[in-house]
Write a protein that binds this ligand. Structure first.
Ligand SMILES: CC(C)(COP(=O)(O)OP(=O)(O)OC[C@H]1O[C@@H](n2cnc3c(N)ncnc32)[C@H](O)[C@@H]1OP(=O)(O)O)[C@@H](O)C(=O)NCCC(=O)NCCS
Length: 191
């Protein structure tokens, strides 16, 4: 089912005219077709983002509703991965207002890939691209929450330089524990 764009969604974080980033070379190692592009989210992507969130995050609680709220925030950066003009994943970085405070970094609110397109390097590409966006805004560090038992996500973050910070018991609405992970992105990108 295609969901409608949520009412009242703001467009300030969406960039309809922004250029696309051609990730063909990055993608070619893990996705043979080499047609993956990462681009800023547009207004019309909101339905896709909510729909995918419902598919992959609702085991943790009403994430489609939470993502809708995040979409309405002024301080959220969202990027979309697409293949042949079809969206296949997204990443969402929030709380950029605190980017100059060392101890309060922006949070990677969500990272998701269509289940049928997972395990091909798209999640890693989205993660690396959202980090570049964060660096551009002056952020030094990113943190995130992910399920303690979400081993694929934890492995992806671990492989990309995120360190576990703390465990939050029953963090999710559905009762799962979360692990907080963080990464010094500015230092990492200078290495
Ligand atoms: C977590 C998630 C975003 C990862 O996305 P992904 O596109 O599957 O991730 P990648 O393909 O970049 O990397 C994941 C794995 O695929 C492997 N991989 C990448 N390209 C591959 C290829 N061509 N062939 C085989 N494996 C490959 C990676 O090495 C990694 O392997 P691992 O699972 O053994 O560690 C995705 O699984 C997802 O959407 N999950 C549901 C939502 C979620 O849990 N999000 C994270 C919490 S916010």
């Amino acid at each position: 089912m295609k969901l409608d764009r949520p009412p009242g969604i703001k467009t300030s974080y969406l960039s309809p005219d922004a250029p696309q980033f051609d990730q063909t070379n990055l993608a070619s190692k893990s996705y043979k077709s080499g047609h993956i592009k990462i681009r800023p989210a547009r207004d019309k992507d909101s339905g896709y983002i909510i729909q995918l969130s419902k598919r992959v995050f609702n085991i943790y609680g009403p994430y489609d509703k939470m993502v809708t709220a995040w979409l309405e925030s002024d301080s959220t950066i969202i990027i979309i991965a697409q293949i042949n003009r079809q969206a296949v994943g997204f990443a969402m970085l929030g709380d950029l207002t605190s980017r100059f405070d060392y101890f309060h970094s922006p949070e990677l609110l969500a990272l998701a890939v269509n289940p049928e397109k997972q395990h091909r390097g798209i999640g890693r590409m989205l993660l690396q691209e959202i980090e570049k966006k964060a660096v551009e805004t002056g952020t030094n560090r990113i943190f995130l929450h992910t399920g303690v038992k979400n081993l694929r996500a934890r492995r992806l973050y671990d492989q990309n330089g995120y360190s576990p910070w703390e465990i939050k018991r029953r963090f999710y609405a559905a009762g799962q524990d979360a692990v907080v992970m963080s990464k010094e992105i500015r230092i990492w990108n200078l290495l």
